[in-house]
Design a protein around this ligand. Sequence first.
Ligand SMILES: Cc1ncc(COP(=O)(O)O)c(C=O)c1O
Length: 393
Amino acid sequence: MEAIAKAPPTALPGRPPSPLYLPALPTLWPHMLAERAATALPFPFAAESVSYHYFARNAVWAAVRIFALAHREVLVPAYHHGVEIEALVDAGAVPRFYPVGPTLRLDPREVLDRLGPATGAVYVIHYLGFPQPLDELLEACRARGIPLIEDCALSLLSSDGERPLGSRGDASIFCLYKTLPVPNGGALVLNGAAPRGLPRPTQPSWSAMASHLAGALLRNLRLRGGTAGALAADTLRTMGRTLAWGLGGERVPTGTQHFERKNVALGMSPISSRIVGAQSFSRIVEARRRNFFFLLGRLRDLVSPATAELPPGVCPLFFPIEVQDKERVRRRLALRGIEAVDFWRQGHPAVRSGEFPEVDRLRAQLLELPIHQDLGPAAMQYLAATVREAVHG
Ligand SMILES: Cc1ncc(COP(=O)(O)O)c(C=O)c1O
């Protein structure tokens, strides 16, 4: 399989392994554990005030505390993952929802219409690396003296032209493990506010980390190794589980649906910082944009109107398509080794079905295809052909 970011010598550019495995998220290459940071880190790692957490949801929770938003209304988009809303609610904020249109863009007027004396903050999600219009919202928030929080969980390394997403709001939240092959990691950037009220971070257990790392390395083996790699990965997985079980320690899974208070102070593991330091960031952005453009050419009829263009600076997280029966398509792709992601079939229960029909439609139809830095031209060709077959076949 091709590898883009600092490919180790074992990667074979242009040669698809057989059977193909296209994981949803980037995998961990062994050399990333050994290398040290060679270049300066970009935003948000280079931000003046940045704290690291096990999950992005912990950063959301911390932001509520820092801005004293308990018992105050926070305007949030009706199209959301659900766990960010759970974190807001757990920390005491009261979410009030605003609509999101079919292009995944918020309409500033819809947010401004809901601003009132009870509003304590405006929360904006930049979906899949695509920037939301912020000018009017920032102006209104500044005029009222309330914070604007940018949720960049899906937008690490993405920019609006030259301006990094997450650099304009009073606080911004990032999930690292969706874009980079780290076992865990979320970041909270504060653009002005003091990090008062942050819980003192605790370290994840070593054994839990070892088991996460083993999983990430195994996915890399599978990605590179075809059938032999898959078999080796299965054997090593069993060995890794036995080892983790023997060492004890709780394994805290990432990518889960729900917020758990018991993990709120869990910090990012040091190995994640090391892996971050080994990344070639400009090549990651370049590879994702190249893969996105490739699919735009091949799947233009399926692409969601949200992302029919790729503006300068955007680092796309996935390639979203709109399909009528997304579970059927997702399963068909899985049978052919492609991990597609159900983009939020369900949100937080505080939003009733029918309340925001556009959001219901997005939840029913949007499916995300992988376009990350481990996937090269051969993988993309296979992906485009297989998606066509899965949708129409
Ligand atoms: C928009 C958004 N915000 C926050 C989060 C929370 O991220 P994490 O899983 O790192 O807690 C997610 C997770 O998918 C998300 O999609």
